[in-house]
Design a protein. Structure first.
Length: 326
């Protein structure tokens, strides 16, 4: 299979690039290495696969129509996996027009090229944030997602809708995977688990938004990748699919687990809830189990251990900033 993968140097994308090339498929990776976080981290993400014969990297922007047309015309792609996006709830509130431009405009640009090049399979990275402040748990794909509470969530809902339109008009099959708080090695530096572990090793306080009773359905990167790989050969029609762990963890409990895993006591600093944040996420994964045989196996305790091992290794190598863990 010949696959075009956007955002392929990022957290999820680099893991997916590795696994897809491991099993013999070809990956053409597009990533613009922007400054949302240190581009050197993305460079490191790809260091083990950059020279593989079945991997090709384009340092390009999905908004650049001419470059996208050139890339699409260079090969006969069997599928597009679209992970590239501006991420994060808080930053989207600070700069909503940028999120609209990249997350909606970029997705539309890719779908247009799929139409022009007769590419009939498309995987779209959506997000649990589309569920907004839904009170019913666990969150099901059948739930209403008409009330997003951040620009980021709104752009992801918009992406799902645009994908459906192109499925309806041009018979492009789409799987839209709604990811639930993915963590693990290579996680972005501003995300909670990475930031908390960095701060606990440096002695800086962990900032807790609210009273610690909010919860997230933390999902280990390995489980997410296995789910996506299982779906590669099954993309047909239009499906929205939750990929989560279906086991929410309280923020206060997460802090305790990090303290136990690192052997260090956290200093806490409490702040009010942040605009755009939701109180809980909780994935109903029955559809994923039936449709793609999805079966997440990694507990939060195991996943934190894997992340800390990676964090220590990269700190020793000087890849990550901050003091080296003791």
């Amino acid at each position: 299979m010949d696959i075009l993968l956007t955002g392929g140097a990022g957290f999820i994308g680099s893991h997916l690039s590795e696994k897809i090339t491991d099993i013999g498929h070809r990956v053409t990776c597009i990533d613009n290495f922007n400054s949302f976080y240190d581009p050197a981290l993305k460079e490191n993400n790809l260091k083990d696969i950059i020279d593989r014969e079945n991997f090709e990297l384009y340092r390009a922007d999905i908004l650049d129509r001419k470059i996208m047309e050139d890339i699409f015309s260079a090969r006969d792609f069997d599928m597009v996996i679209h992970l590239a996006a501006m991420a994060g709830v808080g930053p989207s509130i600070a700069n909503a027009p940028l999120y609209e431009k990249i997350n909606i405009g970029g997705t539309l640009n890719l779908l247009e090229n799929c139409k022009k090049n007769n590419i009939k399979k498309f995987i779209f990275a959506s997000s649990s944030s589309v569920y907004g402040g839904n009170k019913k748990t666990p969150f099901s794909e059948e739930d209403s997602v008409d009330l997003p509470v951040s620009p980021y969530a709104a752009t992801k809902k918009s992406g799902e809708l645009i994908c459906y339109t192109y499925h309806h008009l041009y018979d492009i099959s789409v799987f839209a995977f709604r990811f639930f708080t993915v963590y693990g090695p290579r996680q972005r530096p501003e995300m909670a688990i990475h930031k908390f572990i960095r701060n606990i090793y440096s002695g800086d306080p962990l900032e807790i938004y609210g009273d610690g009773s909010s919860s997230r359905d933390y999902t280990y990167i390995g489980d997410i990748i296995e789910g996506m790989l299982s779906g590669l050969e099954l993309v047909e029609g239009y499906e929205i699919i939750n990929l989560g762990n279906s086991y929410p963890v309280l923020l206060s409990d997460l802090v305790g687990l990090i303290e136990k895993a690192t052997g260090k006591k956290a200093r806490l600093r409490y702040a009010g809830p942040r605009p755009g944040d939701v109180f809980t996420t909780f994935a109903d994964i029955e559809k994923a189990k039936k449709l793609i045989k999805y079966d997440p196996e990694t507990s939060i305790e195991e996943g934190l251990g894997y992340f800390i091992d990676w964090y220590k290794e990269k700190s020793e190598e000087g890849i990550l900033s901050g003091p080296k863990p003791e």
